[in-house]
Design a protein around this ligand. Sequence first.
Ligand code: MOS
Length: 754
Amino acid sequence: MIAIPSIPGFLKEPNGPIGKPVSRVDGRKKVTGNAHYAAEFTLPDLAHGYIVSSAIARGRITRIDTAAALALPGVIHVFTHENRPSLAWFDRKWKDDDAPKGAPFRPLYDAEIHHALQPVALVIAESFELARYAARLVHIEYEAAPHQTDLRANRADSFTPGKDKGGFQPPPKPRGDPEQAFLDSPVQVDAEFTQAAEYHNPMEMHATTVLHHDDGTLTVHDKTQGAQNCHTYICNVFGLAKSAVRVMSPFVGGAFGSGLRPQHQLFMAMLAATQLKRSVRVELSRPQMFSFGHRPETIQRVALGADRDGTLRALIHEAVQESSRNENYVEIVVNWSGQQYKCDNVRLDYTLTRLDVHTPLDQRAPGAATGVTALEIAMDELAGKLGMDPLELRLRNYTETDPNTGNPFSSKELRACFQQGAERFGWAKRSPAPRSMRDGRELIGWGMAAGVWDAMQGQAAAKAVLGVDGKLGVSSATADIGTGTYTVMTQIAADVLGLPIGEVTFCLGDSSLPTAPIEGGSWTVSTVGSAVKAVCDRVRSQLVTLAGKRDDSPLKGVAEEDVLFADGHLIVRDDPSRRLSITDVMRGSGTLSIEEEARALPYLLARARHTFATHSAVFVEVRVDEDLGTIRVARVVSAIAAGRIINPKTARSQIQGAVVWGIGMGLEEGAFTDHRLGRVMNHDYAEYHVPVNADVPDIDVLFVEEHDDMVNALGAKGVGEIGIVGVPAAIANAIHHATGVRVRDFPITLDKVL
Ligand code: MOS
């Protein structure tokens, strides 16, 4: 069943839908309210759950009194650690697909409190409002223990996490003599950077609806980036047969990494549904969205040493990051610094500090968004000390091979990103000195940065069913978290079989579909797209075989490579008058439907010998009010190299969304903990600021040509995350250019520039 890598050069049909700005195939459903999310499904007997969150950050529950809550008419049950059932999970260790090293948190396991807002009880009632009200009547007494939530105060107490089973590798060993090379460098930058914790905050809050059917089976509608990850989790945790449960997530209202792991509302909803044997929904409140997963707070040091001509001689990048006590969340942060520029003396260090917090979680370009920010600000500072244009400095140290491994890149058009982005932005007109550009009261600053993200690929399967009516259904258990998966998979399938977009339906978000990994890391086009292409290639071959079978067929004896697929027809390439419709091919051979399944793997040999990455150059104009310090991003140009772009419209939206994230990370987003209480203070949309429309300027996205035969049969690397990388640095660099003030502490709020 393993697909053989197909011949490079995917565009079999020059007028196919690949590369076209096809509008979202799910767009109409979404804007008309016909796309249904996890908390919108129901059955007549649906009960509602509300989670009670811990009031302390560490310690234990000494008493939990549910009498007042249970006394309310309509309150069905209150689950606590005292009355919870014994579950398979409580006796043996079990992890989900995105679990880092350590022991995953188990809700209601015992009386211990490990972090603030830890779920400690679940109230089930006949209505949501009643459950929420009753949750306030659950009386809990705690014995608090001293907690540590302050990374800065505990940074010295850090450790090297070692190898993780996930995609993040430990930093490479030092090369050269970075300490001495730094001391010997005539021009030096040595600076510390701090990044506040960020929370994902998708519009749709995490929710699970478990529908309990009469035959005892369960349909679980969950907000997740991996229906199969949640399916396996549920079956393991609750000891259920795989066939008794189906997890669905056809629509997800944003996730950004928050849905990569099964979250505790899924556990809670399942607990109640299996115990009470009825349908249950559990929704989190916005403040409870701060009870799991976040981009961890990070402290970094970057030291750069250079010759007077700008040649990098030394590069040292150290990062210390928070993790929980039970798991080693790693995102490495520093590795891209050893990959992005040519430098012979490099040391990269990454350590974790355990705090009394829940485990952090991947958030849009985890690691790179944080680490590349520090590197790219340090590069800007170095350019300033050298009196060199920041873009020129990056070109001076450009590398065609990956210095971390010595391997070439499968493709790298970063130079084209620099050139085309600079031209689009008008970078050549920049006046180099800080505070030298203004418009009335506003100081104008232009800053730039480079970005990099890994072009990963996993393995996935897809199924295709072609009907005699020429309609094609393709499916794989991946997700569409707003990224455009439905649309690009439809395009890939339509392209291979020469079908109009409207004749193709792609299904996802269902644990019963062919295996696909969690949707993340920008690997979905690469991973699932390759499987879709592979399975459609098989259908295509079958059609050619069927078409050539009959003696009177116009395609008799024609080899597959000489057959063109277009407009629902098989056409002889050199003689377009010889053609058959797909319907005629199938009817003529008495075939009602063609069904195929295929699996696609990454090209492992190519991957062992090359580095696969997407690159970007981002240019930003900020305007800073000289009197008030208010900072406005006025203009952004983002130039992206990511191989073939399957859909320039959805890809552009991905990059724009990521740039908005970059504006948030740069200027607004930060979860602030009151360390006396050990809990995040600004845990709602009023206090945790994300960019709104008024904060978002014109974002000009351009995709440079990048040809890559090695990445996969599509030549496409994927674009979800590259768009954020470098944006906070470009903003910080622009602010420095505008004001002369160098801020290395994120988010850059106005008090820091005054
Ligand atoms: Mo992404 S942070 O891998 O959803």
